[in-house]
Design a protein around this ligand. Structure first.
Ligand code: NAD
Length: 491
């Protein structure tokens, strides 16, 4: 379906104390990557407004912490139904501001709803635990909320990434403060309105817009106990360092440079579709996109299939736009630099015509570079666009060596028909998420999401069963009610 780009400028403010609140600082314009038109205006908050909203959230959380998880979950269940009801409307909006296709916008929202459904299941799970440890004495775990938590999110998934953490935190009894991307703030309007309609009491969900200044004020607020961040590695490191230097809990997911190992025994059709869709999906603007193809031995038939599928994509219909004009120019320049460094261009997206009527948008077609050298920019730097760099390798050992030379460790995949070779890649690669014959190895709930190395700063994962210890505390309680004569050393 064609993305419906807003025809009128959407006015966006901050969601504070349960109300839309006009920011007292400057106003920022938002442009659609599709056509370069202004589609939104965001009023940024002052430091005073941010501090005041966080303090209000802190007070509101006290009652929320006392609300039983089943009651909290009922509101989240309403939230889920509202998101499903408004699926198309939200998908059009997030696609308009992030450059995704409508289908990608919808898929991201559906994945966010899946995480929400996992959060709904917490009410029926034993997330604490109790045991009689000695006659008449029991020990138990009680999972307790942290208080106010904050999350800072990137432009490329304006609904999915925040939904990774909103439902889980609200289910666990925290108050949630969200700083959306300054490039894609408009989707936050729909998320906040949906939570309000679902019946969430005021103060438990706060939206603070802006960039580094807003983030710094949020991190410094004494009421904020934990910070989640998803974005580029350089900013993830900054946020992690600042938050932990203040003694706060932080989990900061960074960038990626995902390598795919293609072995000659792989099914050519499966590999062709999986690898092409991985590097072109979301126009390559996702942390799980394939970026480097490590082609082991004779895989030319497979590569032809990748080229065939990627070259058939129509801009604006099958593949979306790049977030900003400067990022699109960076991609064009980096392809030029790779060519100068000796890469052979198998598919050149630099001159792919933009969709009719969208000439002012940020467009580039799928690009495939062959004979890229290990250590070059095309192999080592996160380009964040629809560019696939092929490196020819003599064997799987060399492929693994190149892959593990990356500073990143988000995801990798292998395409093969051999279980033994797949196992070698699973064991031998440093990535936190590994795929076998899967181009985008995103774990599904309840499995957790998260990379390693420069793709993640902090411990634990941000979603799934391994996020619970990050977003809550575990109180240990030892109880004795009966007076026992035969007491032991611990009574
Ligand atoms: P970004 O780092 O520029 O911005 C992320 C967030 O940080 C935004 O909310 C932004 O407003 C804020 N920010 C920017 N500069 C800041 C500063 N100096 N101090 C504090 N906050 C600041 O990232 P982006 O361009 O929005 O997103 C793309 C990046 O995100 C890519 O590197 C991609 O790989 C990564 N990403 C990673 C994951 C993952 O799960 N690992 C998922 C999605 C995106």
């Amino acid at each position: 379906m064609k993305v419906r780009i807003p025809q009128e400028v959407i006015s966006c403010s901050n969601f504070m104390k349960g109300q839309w609140t006009k920011g007292e600082a400057q106003v920022q314009d938002i442009f659609s990557p599709y056509n370069g038109e202004k589609i939104g205006e965001v009023s940024l908050p002052s430091v005073h407004q941010i501090k005041d909203a966080i303090h209000y959230a802190h007070e509101a959380q006290k009652e929320w912490a006392r609300t039983p998880i089943k009651e909290r979950s009922r509101i989240l269940f309403n939230f889920r139904n509202i998101l499903l009801r408004d699926l198309d409307k939200i998908s059009h909006l997030k696609a308009s501001e992030s450059g995704k296709t409508f289908e990608e916008g919808k898929a991201g929202l559906m994945k966010g709803i899946e995480v929400l459904e996992f959060a709904l299941s917490l009410q029926n799970m034993d997330i604490g635990g109790r045991m009689e440890v000695s006659r008449g004495v029991s020990c138990e775990y009680r999972r307790t909320p942290l208080g106010v938590v904050a999350n800072i999110t990137p432009f490329n998934f304006p609904a999915m990434v925040p939904l990774w953490t909103i439902p889980i935190n609200l289910a666990l009894g925290n108050a949630y403060v969200w700083k959306p991307s300054d490039k894609t703030p408009l989707t936050s309007i729909e998320i906040a309105n949906s939570l309000r309609e679902a019946g969430l009491p005021s103060g438990l969900f706060t939206i603070i817009h802006g960039g580094a200044d807003s983030v710094n004020t949020i991190i410094e607020a004494p009421e904020v106990k934990a910070i989640g961040f998803v974005g580029s590695t350089s900013v993830a490191k900054l946020v992690y360092t600042k938050a932990t230097s203040l003694g706060k809990r932080a989990l900061c997911l960074g960038g990626a440079k995902n390598h795919i190992i293609l072995l000659p025994d792989a099914d050519p059709q499966l590999a062709g579709v999986g690898i092409s869709d991985s590097f072109t999906g979301c126009a390559g603007q996702r942390c799980m996109a394939a970026s480097v193809l490590l082609a082991v031995g004779g895989v030319d038939e497979h590569i032809q299939k990748i080229i065939h599928r990627a070259s058939s994509l129509k801009l604006g219909q099958d593949m979306g736009a790049i977030i900003t004009r400067s990022q699109r120019d960076f991609l064009i320049d980096s392809i030029g630099r790779a060519e100068q460094a000796g890469a052979k261009i198998l598919l050149d997206g630099r001159h792919t015509p933009p969709p009719h009527g969208m000439e002012k948008g940020n467009w580039i077609g799928p690009t495939i570079l062959d004979e890229v050298q290990p250590g070059s920019e095309a192999q080592s730097v996160e380009l964040f666009g629809p560019v696939l760099s092929i490196i020819r390798c003599k064997d799987i050992t060399e492929a693994l060596h190149i892959q593990n030379s990356s500073v990143y460790g988000n995801a990798c995949s292998v395409f093969t028909n051999s279980g033994a070779l797949a196992e070698r890649v699973i064991l031998g690669s440093q990535a936190g998420m590994v795929g076998v014959n899967v181009g985008v190895p995103v774990p599904r709930e309840p499995f957790s999401f998260g990379g390693v190395a420069a793709s993640k700063f902090g411990h634990g994962d941000i979603t799934g069963e391994h996020c619970l210890d990050f977003w809550s505390d575990m109180k240990k309680v030892t109880i004795k009610w009966e007076k026992q004569n035969d007491s032991n050393w611990m009574s």
